[in-house]
Design a protein around this ligand. Sequence first.
Ligand SMILES: [Zn+2]
Length: 368
Amino acid sequence: MNTVHLTLFTKQCLPAKIKESDMSKRTMSKVAQSGWVLGICIGLTTLSACSETQSETVDEPPPIRVDAAGATILETAGGTVRVHALQIGTVAVKRCHETLCGPEDTTLIERVLAMLMDRAFQPPMPIFVYAIEHPEGVFVVDTGELAKFNSDPSYYACDPGEGQFDRGLLKVDVSPEQEVGPQLERLGIDPASVSGVVITHLHADHTGGVPYFPGVPIYVSEVDYDLGASGGFVTCRSLGNAELRFFEQQPTIDDELTGVFGPSSALTSDGAIRLVPTPGHTAGSRSVMVDGLDVDLMFVGDAFFDEEMLTNEQQAGINADFDANRDTYRKLKEWAETRPIVVLPAHDWASPERLKQGATPPFGAPLP
Ligand SMILES: [Zn+2]
């Protein structure tokens, strides 16, 4: 438990001045926005008629907590958010898919053909899906794949060629119980009742579980959708009946995030859950940000497969645009210089632990 000492100039109830605290200016402005300061003042007004300067010692909860169910809890301007990391089995890729093998001046098609020719898969990586419980509803980031990926030829009935292509690139190991629908149900969340599903990009191991969300808005990139529809990256089995909403058509917010990443858009009315452009892995890739009072969570999809790739600015061979991905690395690091952020890739074994502990060394400032 962190203790902060607040000196409140209670005549006017503002400003609240923080002493011996490492609370950031940003936190203070958000605290003020969210009414905490006002709430404290109103409380003190009742007790002391706001007549003179008061000194109080209050206990501040840590920026990130974990509840008995293992969910991460953090505070946002709009209220408390609970986040779950769900592992949807594993996926293995080829060596030159995971890390760029040759020069950058090759086309994606050339690189994909080389991957298909390589018969050896790398050790499996986890597939993580994240569920964010916000006061306005539950939002899910990516959907993983289904057990049928390997075993059921009828899974590819709407596009038989796609099955061969996907299984040539990916080795998926998911059991029926690990699929996103049953996992959400075990948390007490009805998949059909969630408020929205964000697909960070349209690769198969992120879209396979979409049919668990009938009638739910499925947020995808229009750029990727159009590219994928012509290039075989849009899976009819997953997206054929989905209620698609395009990132590019969401209303954007112009604030300090825009200065770094370009226009983001809000999924919740308080702006606490955002879609942030992080292109490179695909042209339209988005990250989902939970804009916390003291720490931001960035669900980055496949912008990098693990934190080491961000640290060393390594490129995945499957990335569509290396320059754009480098730019995304630079922006993430720039953002992390101003406040603690937790980066949460879809395939990083360390993501759940990082989500529970909060800090993102070496880029995020250490949490208090
Ligand atoms: Zn991907």
